[in-house]
Design a protein around this ligand. Structure first.
Ligand code: MD5
Ligand code: FE
Length: 203
């Protein structure tokens, strides 16, 4: 159940399945504290993916740019702490993929509704690219686009489904990637949504 997409990019199929109900309950609880928001890109467009965060830092975007910050722009409060279960799942997956020192301090929670997408981008707002990013997919399946080091490099398509965990590290850490528009559907645990948790070491 392990697929190596590219050096450093490891898909652990179904690795979060045994914890799916608990993970989704934590997402619900966190979203009750800091609701999902459709944030604006620096260019002023509303993102189609709704976001919230937990952990010491959260990723936000607005007209001032992309950044990690310790408080939510909505309420100026600290983000909710990262649940122990979240951290344990992320650290275990990173270890299985060859990153025994992963120490996430941020968890971005993305919520996709039908039609929501993420355009090709690199994740480079973190301070140490030696640390991987761990992503956990829940709910409706998505087609993930995995590119190269240049935006114009050709992309591979990878289906990510409920319970899949991907560790993006080493030479894959700074590849361009995106998510194609979510196809409408119904998932028994999440209804019409896809959720993605991304664990990062921001600082
Ligand atoms: C998602 N989220 O499915 C993806 C999963 C984001 C984002 O892209 O920035 O919120 S994380 C995929 C990822 C992270 C870091 C590196 C690479 C992919 N990569 O090199 O392909 O919502
Ligand atoms: Fe990304």
């Amino acid at each position: 159940w392990r697929e190596d997409l590219c050096p450093g990019a490891v898909v652990l199929r179904g690795a979060a399945l045994e914890d799916d109900v608990k993970l989704l309950a934590e997402i619900d609880r966190i979203a009750g504290l800091v609701p999902f928001q459709y944030r604006a890109t620096p260019g002023g467009y509303a993102m189609s993916v709704a976001m919230t965060n937990c952990g010491d830092f959260g990723w936000v975007t607005d007209k001032a740019g992309y950044r990690y910050q310790a408080t939510s722009p909505e309420n100026q409060q600290q983000w909710p702490p990262m649940p122990a279960l979240f951290r344990a799942i992320a650290v275990k997956a990173a270890k299985e993929a060859g990153f025994p020192d992963f120490d996430p301090d941020a968890c971005l929670i993305n919520r996709y509704q039908p039609g929501a997408k993420m355009s090709l981008h690199q994740d480079k707002d973190e301070h140490d690219f030696g640390q991987p990013i761990v992503s956990v997919s829940l709910g409706l399946p998505a087609v993930f686009q995995f590119g190269g080091m240049e935006r114009s490099d050709k992309t591979q398509r990878v289906q990510l489904t409920h319970g899949d965990i991907v560790v993006w590290g080493g030479p894959s850490r700074l590849r361009y990637h995106g998510v194609l528009p979510l196809k409408a559907g119904e998932h028994p645990l999440t209804g019409s949504y896809r959720f993605n948790l991304t664990f990062r070491k921001a600082h």
